[in-house]
Structure formats: structure tokens, C-alpha cells
Ligand binder design. Structure first.
Ligand SMILES: [Zn+2]
Ligand SMILES: [Zn+2]
Length: 128
């Protein structure tokens, strides 16, 4: 009943569906990386490499990628995530704005300190 689900690519323990296929995080990350970077593989293999063991999956990127596609991983579901990471870039811009606010706040803090300092000098001068 509670048999562990296996990555369809490399037989590692799978954590969930990734891009439409049951796989482990490593294979999901591998697939996403290669889609995102539009990597071109050197076609140096016969596409018959055995990568169905976790320790074998790193041996051939071509076959691993082909297998990702074969087990049902979808390029399109990666691309929708890529646009999501573009959305994160604009969050970074917001973050820059936030940094400016923080700097501005620092200035306010500094000038407040100055005021306190002057107040202190003033009270010392007039022995208040
Ligand atoms: Zn895997
Ligand atoms: Zn291969």
C-alpha cells in the first residue's frame, strides 16, 4: 500500500510530480536547468545508455534528458515556471526600492541622533 514511489527517470525515491511526471528532485532540477538554458547536447551517444539507477543518472545527460521527456515531463510546464522566475526579477527591483527606503530611514535616524546630540550640548551649555 505504502510502497515508495520511484522516480520514473532514475528510480530514486520520488517526492512528487514534477513538470507532469513522477520524479525525484534531482531529475526535476536537471530537466528544468536544461530547458531554461536551452542547452544543446553533444550527440555523442547511441541513446541507449542505462540511467535507470540513481548513481547512473549522471553518466549521460542526453539520455537522461530524453528519458525525462519519455516519462512525460513537459517543456511547457517548465517554461511557465521560468516566467514565474522572471516575476521574481521584478520582486528584486522592489527589493532595491526597499533598500533605498532603508537607507532613507538610516538618514532619518542619523539626523535624529544629531538633534539629540545638539540637545545634549545645549543642556550642558546652559546647565539644564
Ligand atoms: Zn530521478
Ligand atoms: Zn546516452
Amino acid at each position: 500500500m505504502s510502497a515508495k514511489q520511484k522516480c520514473l527517470v532514475c528510480n530514486e525515491t520520488a517526492d512528487s510530480l514534477h513538470f507532469g511526471a513522477l520524479s525525484c528532485r534531482a531529475c526535476a532540477a536537471f530537466f528544468r536547468r536544461n530547458i531554461a538554458s536551452k542547452k544543446q547536447f553533444r550527440n555523442s551517444c547511441e541513446r541507449k545508455c542505462s540511467i535507470d539507477m540513481p548513481h547512473l543518472r549522471k553518466l549521460c545527460q542526453v539520455c537522461r534528458f530524453e528519458k525525462c521527456l519519455a516519462v512525460g515531463m513537459k517543456e511547457t510546464s517548465v517554461l511557465s515556471r521560468v516566467s514565474y522566475s522572471k516575476a521574481l526579477t521584478s520582486t528584486e527591483e522592489k527589493y532595491t526600492f526597499l533598500n533605498k527606503l532603508i537607507q532613507f530611514y538610516d538618514k532619518i535616524e542619523n539626523s535624529r541622533d544629531e538633534v539629540f546630540q545638539r540637545k545634549k550640548e545645549y543642556s550642558e551649555k546652559f546647565k539644564l
